[in-house]
Write a protein that binds this ligand. Structure first.
Ligand SMILES: Nc1ncnc2c1ncn2[C@@H]1O[C@H](COP(=O)(O)OP(=O)(O)O)[C@@H](O)[C@H]1O
Ligand SMILES: [Mg+2]
Length: 265
């Protein structure tokens, strides 16, 4: 299977060289786990290292706030937006949802069947090969019914796949930081039936120190490491440490039952 670099240092070592090309990957985790940073880094790396245009659909934050927050990693999104065609396009799915007038070139209006149309529009315009939807949770709860979202995501996944476009969709996991990310997100995996699923979480060690951990929950057609690995959010973005395993023995809070985790397909 063809693969593309994830753009996250250390991550591709966990599954033989990168994300499966043309597939949709669900990225789940509790608030603050690093989903937005991870997803944006996937686009930025593609844009800067391989001139691959990307699309970021923002439902959770104002695009202007995303641009500002990402500056703390040294990522200048405006510069990438200024290319012709743009190397990054942010679609504003936030403003209309909270009743603000959008200041963006590309927007999706709440209660309008515009997600698919707008993404395909921008896809044609920019030749994007990487797409991010952040987050499905917000899209499901506010813009549409879960049933409609599920159907639309399946259609989107099929169309993006046909075009060789690799995508990340994020989903918020309910529960406390010490809750088991894997089990909770299984619901999400089944709900959206994506071809791959990655969980981000944070755990407390006996020392009281917190560590960020990541799990490749599934990656269809790809052999991958199965188990929690440590990662950090550094001033240059996310870095995964493929050799730093985080198992039960290392943790104060249990990371959950492996029989439940292997239950995903
Ligand atoms: N410049 C930075 N350097 C290191 N860590 C950062 C930086 N900016 C944000 N973070 C960390 O990233 C977290 C936000 O991650 P984010 O991707 O927004 O989470 P999520 O989308 O899963 O809610 C912050 O809570 C903070 O811990
Ligand atoms: Mg986020």
């Amino acid at each position: 299977m063809d693969s593309i670099e994830s753009g996250i240092p250390g991550l591709d070592d966990l599954f033989n060289g990168g994300f499966p090309k043309g597939k949709m990957i669900l990225l789940s985790g509790p608030p603050g786990a690093g989903k937005t940073v991870f997803a944006m880094q996937f686009l930025i790396a593609g844009a800067i290292e391989n001139s691959e245009p990307g699309i970021f659909v923002a439902f959770d934050d104002l695009p202007s706030h995303i641009r500002r927050d990402m500056k703390s990693f040294g990522w200048d999104i405006e510069e990438l937006e200024a290319f012709d065609p743009p190397l990054i396009t942010i679609i504003d799915g936030f403003s209309d949802r909270v009743g603000l007038a959008s200041k963006e070139r590309k927007t999706i209006r709440a209660n309008v069947d515009s997600l698919l149309i707008t993404i395909l529009d921008v896809l044609k315009e920019t030749g994007a090969t990487r797409v991010v939807i952040d987050s499905l949770t917000t899209l499901s709860s506010v813009v549409k019914t879960p049933e409609q979202v599920r159907k639309e995501i399946l259609t989107l996944s099929a169309i993006l796949g046909e075009q060789g476009c690799t995508s990340i969709v994020t989903a918020e996991v309910r529960g406390t930081p010490s809750a088991v990310g894997g089990i909770q997100s299984l619901y999400g995996v089944e709900e959206y039936s994506t071809q791959g699923a990655i969980v981000l979480n944070y755990v407390e060690l006996p020392s009281g120190e917190f560590k960020r951990v990541l799990l490749i929950q599934k990656m269809r057609g790809v052999r991958h490491v199965f188990g929690w690995r440590e990662f950090e959010i550094t001033e240059n973005g996310i870095v995964v440490y493929p050799d730093r395993m985080v198992g039960r023995g290392h943790l104060f809070t249990s990371l959950g039952s492996s029989s439940l985790l292997t239950g995903s397909s």
